[in-house]
Write a protein that binds this ligand. Structure first.
Ligand SMILES: Nc1ncnc2c1ncn2[C@@H]1O[C@H](COP(=O)(O)OP(=O)(O)OP(=O)(O)O)[C@@H](O)[C@H]1O
Ligand SMILES: [Mg+2]
Length: 362
């Protein structure tokens, strides 16, 4: 293996998709279909629009790092990972994986990565009538992977007992673990994972994450892991990169990111019968809050969850309760919690671009 200092480097990475939007066919959330839908719309030849998916991403993931890539729907996570996995070309900019250029050295890049878009979808390659062991052997031969590590992979993922089971009889979580075992026998130094745990049970998610931690710590595998699980990121990640609208808004370790926002407490109020302009009420206390947010749960019953990031809850809480109750709403629940990564991202998402690179000192 080529020696690496920077496992992944991108400079000014940009991706612009041309889309052809036909009235009536456009649905929000279609991006989950990705490239496939792009082709269909292209053939329909209608009005032309451009989607700027990545806007000059600069990212450096060093060898041995475990980086969580997070961000709302459509922020560019999949596009970024697909470029690194050589399935999409950048429109401009450069990207290197294990020192190889994704545009000109595709084969070398592919040798160095395990790209896992979804553990559930990954099970599609398997022959349902054959056993797990037989399936893995076939795949190992097909891709030229060593079979020596096969038993070790099964042991690590706690699925040794499944080796002689017919693949088609396994639960979805068990199938997902078999797919991970395949990624492991490839023995690649870099794993690119795009929401691999989507659709898995919490127990299966835990096993996958424990396994990734093992790969990273014991086998020194570099991991870039796109996910929506912010609690997992907060608990496990050494480094989190937060993408929004194709731009990196914040990059650092969870504790430092949370600290950088300056919140010491998060107040969460669940209220109902709020038939007035909550935004206006929050505006009145804005100067004492680091961020404010109200989420409507049910308009008929006037149910909201109000979140306030504050330095001192004692200073804000009595006043906000008074303001809400005096306007006729009822308080269902009040919590004062330690701030979370989600709160910090809410703050950075509001603040917009001007990316913050946070130096970890926790
Ligand atoms: N093949 C495509 N053609 C056109 N636009 C696309 C294509 N793939 C993605 N996009 C657009 O690029 C932007 C980034 O999408 P991407 O799939 O990278 O986001 P994401 O962060 O992975 O979102 P999610 O969390 O929903 O998976 C979105 O605006 C999306 O609509
Ligand atoms: Mg995605």
């Amino acid at each position: 293996m080529k020696s690496m200092i920077n496992a992944i480097v991108t400079e000014e990475l940009t991706r612009i998709f041309k889309t052809y939007v036909l009235k009536g066919y456009y649905e929000s959330g279609w991006e989950h279909g990705g490239v496939f839908l792009y082709n269909i719309w292209k053939r329909l030849r209608a009005e032309k629009t451009m989607v700027q998916a990545l806007k000059g991403i600069n990212l450096r993931v060093r060898e041995g790092e475990f980086v969580f890539l997070v961000g709302p729907n459509g922020s560019g996570k999949t596009t970024l990972i697909r470029i690194l996995a050589t399935f999409l070309l950048p429109t401009s900019g450069k990207a290197f994986v294990a020192g190889y250029d994704v545009t000109h050295q595709k084969r070398e890049v592919l040798k160095n990565i395990s790209y896992i878009p979804s553990l559930l979808a990954g099970a599609a390659w398997a022959h349902v009538g054959l056993t797990v062991g037989e399936n893995l052997k076939i795949m190992a031969r097909l891709f030229g992977y060593s079979e020596k590590t096969l038993d070790e992979a099964l042991r690590t993922l706690e699925i040794e007992d499944l080796k002689n089971r017919v693949f088609g009889s396994l639960s979805t979580g068990q199938q997902a673990r078999v797919v991970l075992a395949l990624g492991m026998i490839k023995n690649a130094p870099i794993f690119l994972l795009d929401e691999p745990t989507l659709g898995l049970s919490p127990e299966a998610v835990r096993i996958v994450l424990d396994y990734l931690k093992y790969l990273n710590e014991k086998m020194k595998v570099t991991i870039l892991y796109a996910t929506h699980h912010l609690m997992e990121a907060q608990k496990m990640a050494d480094r989190v990169v937060f993408l929004k609208d194709g731009t990196i808004l914040v990059d650092g370790d969870p504790k430092s990111i949370i600290r950088s926002v300056g919140i010491t407490e998060t107040i969460i109020l669940e209220i109902h019968h709020a038939y007035f302009d909550i935004g206006k009420v929050l505006h009145e206390i804005e100067d004492r809050c680091i961020f404010t947010n109200a989420e409507l749960l049910e308009s008929e019953t006037g149910e909201y969850v109000v979140k306030l990031g504050v330095k001192d809850s004692g200073e804000v809480l009595p006043e906000i309760i008074h303001k809400l109750v005096s306007r006729g709403s009822r308080i269902k629940n009040v919590k004062v919690l330690e701030p979370s990564l989600e709160d910090a991202f809410m703050y950075y998402a509001r603040r917009g671009p001007g990316s913050a690179e946070i130096q970890g000192n926790s």
